[in-house]
Write a protein that binds this ligand. Structure first.
Ligand code: IMP
Ligand code: MG
Length: 175
């Protein structure tokens, strides 16, 4: 099927916003070290660019989750496919996500990570689709609020494609 990608947020807009968030985090965590937790695979591009813009000491870890039931609108229980390498105890943790959509994945994940005893726990997402929210999630840092359209690029995929686009685009089928 022919697909066309319409640009929603240009590379320049995304880069400028990531720089802004990096500066904000550097101010908020002055004198501390931040521990960034990347939710794979989508969060990886955002986390790398963001980490480069943070001026306080940074450590990184990665986890991979798959959600049950987002299709069936059931529990929203998340299965850990790859867990973190390091404990979170006593760390100032920021979870880095590509997008908060229904909120199911993140609300479950944040509760689970809170139980591991971090000194603090915040959530940072590049994109937020508030119109799609089913479960309440508190987001501390948001890049862009976007309308309810399926987007790709900057880590986000359509059938595992387009993660590597340096901008955020909308997939248009049969275009
Ligand atoms: P939710 O907030 O639990 O519904 O799940 C969010 C996850 O769904 C994200 O981490 C993405 O993997 C995926 N997702 C949601 N909206 C989009 C989109 O527009 N494009 C690509 N993936 C999306
Ligand atoms: Mg994701």
């Amino acid at each position: 099927m022919a697909e066309k990608i319409r640009v929603m947020l240009s590379e320049e807009e995304v880069d400028a916003k990531i720089k802004e968030i990096g500066e904000q985090i550097s101010r908020d965590y002055a004198g501390k070290q931040v521990h960034l937790v990347c939710v794979l695979k989508g969060g990886s591009f955002f986390m790398c660019e963001l980490a480069k813009r943070i001026t306080v000491p940074v450590s990184l870890d990665f986890m991979s989750v798959s959600s049950y039931g987002s299709e069936t609108k059931s529990s929203g229980v998340v299965k850990i496919v790859k867990d973190l390498d390091e404990p979170l105890k006593g760390k100032d943790v920021i979870v880095i996500e590509d997008i908060v959509d229904s909120g199911r994945t993140l609300s479950y994940l944040m509760e689970m990570l809170k139980d591991r005893g971090p000194a603090s726990l915040r959530l940072c997402t590049l994109l937020d689709k508030p119109d799609r929210r089913v479960v309440d999630v508190h987001v501390d840092y948001t890049g862009f609020q976007i309308p309810d359209e399926f987007v790709v690029g900057y880590g986000l995929d359509y059938d595992q494609k387009y993660r590597n686009l340096p901008y955020i685009g909308v997939v248009e089928l049969n275009a």
